[in-house]
Design a protein around this ligand. Structure first.
Ligand code: MLT
Length: 403
């Protein structure tokens, strides 16, 4: 008899943002006139930068002419985009990454989940708690998480990130093979310093672990002293894989483009992880389309850079409005200064889903419940700064009015 992947059958409920969307839709269905403001999933609301749209159109025209038409692209992505990423996102920060160490992807989410394919099912995985649910769910689907009970998987190493440790994890006692780190962090909105990251790189090199570093929110760092990439930390080229994305940097959540860096120096068991990922990608993936890669390249043009800076400034002003408004209302609030997420403690010890439901029913504001990101997220709520500015101000006023 055909057997299913039993790991899927162990998964609790639905994907976090699917459940948030389900509850928001149920509320709107029951209250057709309600004016609901969505600050739940971190989806952007501004249109693509003009430079990207123009590049997309030019590339579409190229696809319509026999002389310039492009068929299958390189599995690792076109050189023009890989070189632009290195020139603008790595070289200026002293990160010695070559274009031949990058793979263009359709965004960080897929690669963060699929990278597990090149590692054994026996690998022990460590995650920050709370954490972007993709890392945990993808490893659970691959059989690395063990069994789920009381809100946690028994074979995942959870590294609590709480107000007591400044939302930065301590090095774990049980040594993991794979360590997911994400800074600026989703969901807490906290960024990491060089001094905080250095011991992680040393620890991974000492124990042979691999750090899976998600830098999807790097464009939101305002403090120039903060590292934009794990490769700014000496030795990271021997122990870290990094994921980058145009989703939040340039509004590509629907357009889809990102990248993964696997340094040539990164080897385990004598094998090159770059070569293994190339084997994976060339077997299972035919690349991000040419037109999208041209649109992403335009992010780095002078016009693109100016338009992206304006877009990020708009969202960061939202972040300031949310953070200041909620703090002034007496809420314990974090993040929002080097990140587009604001993380706050629900008042009066309410649990995350109860306060989420209250915000939805009484303020008609959709947020994300902290407990959906892991056990240590219980009692917290995440708000995104990616909304419309006027609607964001309105949401903050509504939240304040129900406190
Ligand atoms: C989030 O809200 O955490 C993100 O938008 C999800 C994602 O990037 O996939």
């Amino acid at each position: 008899m055909l057997k299913l992947n039993g790991n899927y059958l162990k998964m609790p409920g639905s994907y976090l943002f699917a459940e948030v969307a389900r509850r928001a839709a149920a509320f709107s269905g029951a209250h057709p006139g309600a004016d609901v403001i969505k600050l739940g999933i971190g989806d952007v609301t501004l249109p693509l930068p003009r430079a990207c749209v123009d590049a997309l159109k030019r590339a579409a025209d190229e696809m319509g002419s026999k002389d310039t038409f492009m068929g299958y692209g390189p599995y690792e992505g076109y050189d023009f985009l890989r070189e632009a990423i290195v020139e603008h996102d790595y070289a200026p920060y002293g990160a010695k990454i070559g274009a031949d160490e990058l793979f263009i992807s359709d965004g960080a989410k897929g690669d963060c989940g699929n990278i597990g394919d090149i590692f054994s099912q026996d690998c022990v995985v460590a995650v920050c708690d709370p954490v972007y649910p993709v890392y945990v769910d993808a490893n659970a689907m691959s059989g690395r998480a063990g069994d789920f009970a009381d809100g946690r998987w028994d074979n995942i190493v959870y590294m609590p990130c709480t107000s007591d440790n400044g939302f930065f994890p301590a090095l774990p006692e049980r040594v993991p093979d794979l360590i997911y780190l994400c800074f600026p962090n989703n969901p807490t909105g906290m960024a990491a310093t060089r001094e905080q990251l250095r011991p992680w790189v040393d620890y991974a090199n000492e124990h042979g672990s691999v750090i899976l570093y998600d830098a999807a929110y790097r464009a939101y760092m305002t403090d120039p002293s903060l590292p934009r990439s794990i490769y700014e930390i000496p030795g990271a080229e021997n122990c870290a894989i990094e994921f980058g994305s145009f989703s939040k940097t340039a509004g590509f959540t629907g357009t889809r483009c990102g990248w993964t860096v696997i340094p040539r120096a990164l080897r385990r068991g004598g094998e090159s992880l770059y070569d293994m990922w190339m084997r994976h990608q060339s077997t299972k993936y035919n690349g991000t389309s040419y037109v999208i890669q041209r649109a992403a390249e335009a992010v780095y043009s002078p016009e693109g850079q100016a338009q992206v800076a304006e877009m990020i400034g708009y969202y960061m002003e939202n972040a300031r409005v949310i953070r200041q408004g909620l703090s002034a209302a007496g809420l314990e609030t974090y993040g929002g200064s080097d990140s587009p997420y604001i993380w706050f403690r629900a008042p009066e010890g309410q649990d995350s889903w109860s306060f989420f439901d209250r915000l939805l029913s009484e303020a008609q504001v959709v947020t994300t419940p902290g407990s959906g990101f892991g056990p240590s997220g219980e009692g917290f709520i995440r708000v995104t700064a990616f909304g419309d500015a006027a609607r964001t101000r309105e949401a903050v006023e509504r939240i304040k009015s129900i406190l």
